[in-house]
Design a protein around this ligand. Structure first.
Ligand code: TLP
Length: 336
């Protein structure tokens, strides 16, 4: 039995999802004529309480377009030290937008408003002017931590007062919503623009949405085209995302419960676990993470060494209770 806990991006479309994809009504989305895309855009926008939700091929492109929307070359973007656009987007902000990134240390990936205020420097000829704050909810490298809605509001208001726009990297906002009970629209409200991914916990094969006002979406549509993200009969992907919203949102609670079970078992077995997971991501420390991950793989468990001494596990749609039980056995045997 292979239990793949490397990422929630690994999920394969279920048979129901594949059927929805096969039956999707499609058109050319660059012409704005794909009915399934248009319907999904409206549904996601409504759920997030914004005017528009533009289909994006990936979360990385959504984040990069968000940065491009609010900056010019030579500007600065502020984000938490563990943020995805800094660590995992191939340096795109430097290339696509020509910006510098200012990192602010938070706790479990969650920023402190006072630290953000302190990081935004007053206008001065020596400085790259800060134009955008990017907030990640949940925080991936922060152990899937939920940024509570009050914190989101405080961060946005500090940034807005300082004249910055505010972006939410909500690749896993669905998890934050299910774990906290906070409405998606309440989470999204403080932000000028929001990225939500359908291809993580929700289990769609491809696609994210960039959500904001109609005028933001119109400008984003141009940058999406510029980056080669204008796609044609993309309704087959939108149908998968729509199916995911209908069938895979509430069940994220199962992933969270399984992550918790894993964390408890690892702690009981003496692993150096980090904080108990809020959602579906957990980390533990080990002396030689790549070697340990290789041993796990041999024993049938997929994990990622995200640093020389730190391992990540992620629960998702394709890992059930039996998978978690098996993983727990393997972890126990590698300790013994
Ligand atoms: N995260 C992936 C990897 O890139 C690390 C993963 O396995 O977790 N924002 C956040 C918070 C993300 O975690 C990710 C993907 C993205 C954006 C980018 O989404 P994609 O992979 O669609 O470009």
């Amino acid at each position: 039995m292979w239990v793949d806990l490397r990422s929630d991006t690994l999920t394969r479309p279920t048979s129901g999802m594949r059927r929805a994809m096969a039956e999707a009504e499609v058109g050319d989305d660059v012409f704005g004529e794909d009915p399934t895309v248009n319907r999904l855009e409206q549904r996601v926008a409504e759920r997030l309480g914004k005017e528009y939700a533009l289909f994006m091929p990936s979360g990385s492109m959504a984040n990069q377009v968000a940065i491009r929307l609010y900056t010019e070359p030579g500007d600065e973007v502020v984000m938490e030290a563990d943020a995805h656009p800094f660590h995992y987007e191939a340096g795109a902000a430097a290339v696509v937008s020509g910006v510098t990134i200012r990192l602010v240390q938070g706790r479990r990936g969650v920023l402190d408003p006072a630290a953000v205020r302190a990081a935004v420097r007053p206008p001065n000829v020596h400085h790259a002017p800060a134009r955008l704050l990017s907030v990640e909810n949940t925080s991936n490298r922060g152990g899937g931590a939920v940024v509570p809605v009050e914190r989101c509001r405080e961060l946005a208001s500090v940034a807005h007062e300082a004249g910055l726009h505010v972006h939410l990297d909500g690749a896993r906002l669905w998890n934050a919503h299910v774990a906290s009970g906070t409405a998606l629209a309440d989470f999204a409200a403080p932000f000028d623009v929001v990225n939500v991914c359908m291809s993580k916990g929700l289990g769609a094969p491809v696609g994210s949405r960039l959500v904001g006002s109609r005028s933001v979406a119109e400008r984003a549509r141009r940058f999406r085209k510029m980056l080669g993200g204008g796609m044609r009969q993309v309704g087959v992907l939108a149908a998968a995302a729509e199916y995911a919203l209908d069938h895979h949102l509430v069940r994220l609670a199962d992933d969270h419960a399984r992550a918790r079970r894993l964390w408890e078992a690892l702690a009981a077995a003496g692993y150096a676990v980090e904080a108990a997971p809020d959602t579906n991501i957990l980390y533990f420390g080990v002396a030689d993470a790549p070697a340990f991950v290789a041993r796990l793989r041999e024993a049938g468990v997929g994990a990622i060494a995200i640093a020389h001494d730190r391992v990540r596990l992620v629960t998702h749609l394709d890992v059930d209770d039996a998978g978690v039980a098996r993983a727990i056995e393997v972890f126990a045997s590698l300790r013994g």
